[in-house]
Design a binder for this molecule. Sequence first.
Ligand code: PEP
Length: 250
Amino acid sequence: MRKNIVAGNWKMNNDLSETEDLLAQLKQHLEETPDAKVIVAPSFTNLYHVFQSLADTPIEVAAQNMHQSENGAFTGEVSGKMLSSVGVKHVILGHSERRAIFNETDALLAEKVDAALKNDLQVIFCCGEELEERKNDNHFEVVKKQLSEGLFHISKENWKDVVIAYEPVWAIGTGETASPEQAQEMHAFIRKTISEKFGSEIAAEISILYGGSVKPANAKEIFAKEDVDGGLIGGASLKAEDFLAIVHSF
Ligand code: PEP
């Protein structure tokens, strides 16, 4: 069901004691029933600890990545089955850093999506164009291709376990945010693209998050747009005060 969601992607930040500090602040200041579902994505090493620490709160836990296989000789990798077994509910797939730095292709992401769904993980599927692609007016095509090749093979029944995060690469960690109008335009396009392939009911129900330099100062304006259902937050999710201000801007 379409929900407001604010998810914090902690990336490769926070060791155990820093994680504990951040959790303590989040728990102390989060409203009992926030108007948005709140998700945090710590590093693999801290997932179980975070899950246990948040057990008596409405905050849910996501992983930042996973391998597409169930188990086997894949040194250094973590499977969906392992994530589920430690209380993880969601997994971020297709983040632009995974695509660009670790060469994750749409075809590989399609496999990861299947493995996540098979292990009862909800997928937060990231898509978004590079600056050059936007300048060349290719951004709609790029996002459509990412969705078509990485996600659109799933069945209608699986859409209840999918959230989309539109993250223009030029806005991630740069301090430059897409304008609320740019975000709305792309989110409406994504919803229309889903509607054309899977029907208007599924399209109306899917949560589409915006990501890219969201801060307390701009969250309200972006989240107010009709097709923006929340945010995937990087830098600002590392400071409890900022993250909670974003959560509370609905
Ligand atoms: C992200 O990495 O998903 C992200 C949106 O980062 P930031 O908020 O720092 O731009």
